[in-house]
Design a protein. Structure first.
Length: 195
């Protein structure tokens, strides 16, 4: 009797990290400009990006990272995708900013802790990600302190650090894109950490 043979074809999945990093960086730079106190922009300018690019884009990138077997990338992109979606809900769906005196401060404290945990994970990956997550941790910490103390100057500093964070994330996204389109021939330095 003949046996049926099943052939499975592996489908190559592109690296989702550049998508996640671009969604993160673009949404972060717009919100950070508002936090820094730039003229003509407020947090509302980031809301559309927060839902679509920062939120949904990163959430999808996170799911694809899990499919690729990358736990760190899956947790990081999915978490920050959820952050941006929750940011949209917090400031848009509710119709106004939160009502409690320290609602935003506690919200930011939670994300400071999440970012600190993920920062520790980057110490086994590469220095480019260490820089992105260290800057992001500092951004959240400054914004958290600013929210608890109602200090506009601390929030402004947090906004400027957030802009630098976005630039670092754009660099990491560019490194991934150039590596992919050149078949690995163009490799921007990201500083791999030896295991």
């Amino acid at each position: 009797m003949a046996q049926a043979t099943e052939t499975k074809t592996a489908t190559a999945l592109a690296d989702p990290a550049p998508l996640g990093l671009m969604g993160f960086a673009t949404t972060t730079i717009v919100l950070s400009a508002a936090n820094a106190g730039f003229t003509g922009i407020d947090a509302g300018g980031a809301l559309g990006l927060a839902l679509a690019y920062g939120g949904l884009g990163q959430l999808l990138a996170g799911m694809w990272e899990f499919k690729n077997g990358n736990t760190f990338g899956g947790v990081a992109f999915s978490s920050y995708g959820a952050f941006w979606i929750s940011f949209w809900i917090l400031f848009n769906a509710a119709g106004s900013a939160p009502k409690g005196t320290y609602d935003v401060a506690w919200y930011l404290l939670g994300w400071t802790i999440v970012t600190g945990i993920l920062l520790i994970g980057t110490f086994r990956l590469n220095y480019g990600l260490v820089v992105v997550f260290a800057l992001l941790f500092l951004t959240f910490l400054l914004l958290c302190i600013g929210a608890f103390s109602a200090s506009d100057s601390t929030n402004h500093i947090g906004g400027y650090v957030g802009i630098v964070t976005a630039i670092a994330a754009y660099y990491m996204a560019l490194a991934g894109i150039l590596k992919a389109v050149s078949g690995g021939k163009i490799a921007l330095p990201v500083g791999p950490i030896g295991g």
